[in-house]
Design a protein around this ligand. Structure first.
Ligand code: COA
Length: 163
């Protein structure tokens, strides 16, 4: 059984992430989404909220689990009997950071491979920050995030922009 781990901050999960999750779930027997507890980002959603939103939007995908983690990603990968890390690549600009991260992970754990999936062109311009910015300023983000995430953002920013 091949288990892959898809890590990220997911603040919040977007349709770009969801596209990667769905494709990974058809490539691997089991996909564990690893929601990072501590990072240097100033998150809008708490760890519990980020994890809960991911659980809701992946509820209908049988071989996907959602867990949170702190500490080294490669330790989490091993604890979950996985040997693959999945990351999405959106544009050339992602490459340098992803390259650095995958090489560091390889140094830390030689048996763990990072596999990159190209993000769907419909979502290649997306990031969680750009979604939050548009939503905070009253932009309609319908179709870019799952409906439950749209609702959660509207609640946070106390606005209801889309019909
Ligand atoms: N569609 C839409 N957006 C996407 C995307 C996709 N397919 N793929 C990435 N993004 C966006 C994210 O929304 C995020 O946007 P933001 O910066 O506006 O929040 C950005 O791209 C990158 O974030 P993400 O994919 O969540 O990665 P991250 O850099 O926040 O998280 C970890 C990286 C958590 C995986 C990494 O820090 C980690 O492994 N930490 C554990 C510590 C460790 O082991 N360190 C040593 C290894 S280097």
């Amino acid at each position: 059984m091949t288990t892959a781990v898809y890590p990220g901050t997911f603040d919040p999960v977007t349709n770009g992430h969801l596209d990667i999750i769905k494709r990974a779930s058809s490539l691997f027997d089991r996909v564990v989404i690893a929601v990072a507890a501590d990072n240097y980002k100033n998150n809008l959603f708490s760890l519990e909220e980020r994890t809960d939103l991911l659980k809701q939007v992946t509820a209908d995908i049988e071989n996907v689990e959602v867990k949170s983690f702190s500490g080294l990603l490669v330790d989490f990968v091993r604890q979950n009997n996985a040997s693959i890390i999945v990351r999405g690549l959106r544009a050339v600009s992602d490459f340098e950071y992803e390259f650095q991260m995958s090489l560091m992970n390889k140094k830390l754990a030689r048996d763990v491979e990072t596999i990159f999936l190209m993000t769907d062109t419909d979502y290649s311009f997306l990031s969680s920050s750009i979604i939050k910015q548009a939503s905070a300023l009253g932009g309609c983000i319908k179709g870019l995030v799952p409906p439950v995430v749209q609702e959660a953002l509207e609640k946070k920013y106390k606005n209801k922009v889309c019909d």
